[in-house]
Design a binder for this molecule. Structure first.
Ligand SMILES: C[S@@+](CC[C@H](N)C(=O)[O-])C[C@H]1O[C@@H](n2cnc3c(N)ncnc32)[C@H](O)[C@@H]1O
Length: 278
């Protein structure tokens, strides 16, 4: 496997989580491509075996899938950008035949990704940092509206870089929806004892106790939806076995602080460009 940077290596966590669930009978997700990639990468994935966060990573993916699927029902020919895509396979699960799709990540990840995925007319890779305005220019040339999925990415950046991503999106892709998770200060402070992150060099840097605070960064940012693992919306709820849901609900009571520490959020960013009729 090519050498990956510290943050880049974290892509192996959700990848392995999806592969583990796919190998189970009645797993949370069906992702044969993840199994294929895990089997072909020269990496000791067994170091993650038994970590509960692997299940959390897949639950998070299901929520992001549900948001992108909902966007595609509303805008079947819109554009989805997978920010910090890693070896994500959302396009394989959700392609509707008309969506325009970008997979964006740092250059070493894109080199690895290109050994497993091929670009097409509607699905392209972009090798850039999310903080580099060049990617937004490339995306602008694709039909709107835009849905930007930044799953398990921005928490690894300093807050001022996260703010710069909101500025970039508001200025260049106004009206876009941006999905990302927030980790509270409590969670960030305790990450050295996290069951998976403790085994990696990367560390979360941006802590956010209340995803609503982000609305104060700019007047044109709106928090449209925010969920914990204990309060998934309909399509995700029905994909998660009752036993897991009951466990999460029990945790929401017994370990409320832990559950509230990690939130999955969908924002609207920037005023949409005026249309010809408005
Ligand atoms: C935990 S992985 C998540 C991968 C993918 N979103 C998923 O859920 O499978 C974090 C990803 O963010 C990417 N990343 C980190 N910093 C980035 C940056 N500044 N610009 C673009 N991608 C970045 C890493 O390379 C890595 O692929």
């Amino acid at each position: 496997m090519p050498e990956l940077g510290e943050i880049q290596e974290t892509l192996l966590i959700p990848l392995y989580g999806r592969a583990v669930q796919t190998r189970k009978r009645n797993g949370l997700i069906h992702d044969p491509k993840a199994v294929e990639m895990v089997d072909s990468l020269d990496y000791d994935f067994s170091r993650f075996d038994g970590a509960k966060s692997l299940i959390g990573a897949t639950l998070r993916t299901l929520q992001f899938d549900a948001w992108v699927a909902d966007f595609l029902r509303r805008h079947p020919a819109g554009t989805v950008v997978e920010i910090g895509t890693g070896l994500n396979t959302r396009f394989e699960r959700l392609d509707n035949g008309t969506v325009h799709w970008f997979d964006l990540d740092l250059p070493d990840v894109i080199t690895l990704r290109r050994t497993f995925f091929q670009d097409t007319d509607r699905r392209r890779t972009l090798a850039a940092s999310v903080t580099d305005p060049a990617w937004a220019e490339a995306v602008r040339a694709s039909p709107g509206p835009y849905f930007l999925a930044a799953e398990a990415v921005l928490i690894y950046l300093d807050e001022d870089r996260v703010r710069s991503v909101f500025d970039l999106v508001a200025d260049r892709l106004p009206g876009a929806e941006l999905a990302l998770e927030t980790a509270s200060g409590h969670m960030v402070d305790r990450q050295d004892s996290h069951d998976v992150l403790a085994k990696m060099a990367a560390r979360m840097r941006w802590s956010c106790d209340d995803p609503g605070e982000v609305e104060s960064w700019r007047p044109d940012v709106q928090l449209a939806e925010s969920r914990t693992f204990a309060d998934f919306a309909g399509p995700v709820r029905s994909a998660v076995p009752l036993s897991v849901r009951l466990l999460l609900r029990a945790m929401a009571v017994i370990r409320r602080r832990e559950i509230e520490s990690y939130r999955l959020n969908r924002y609207r960013v920037g005023d949409p460009a005026p249309t010809a009729t408005s």
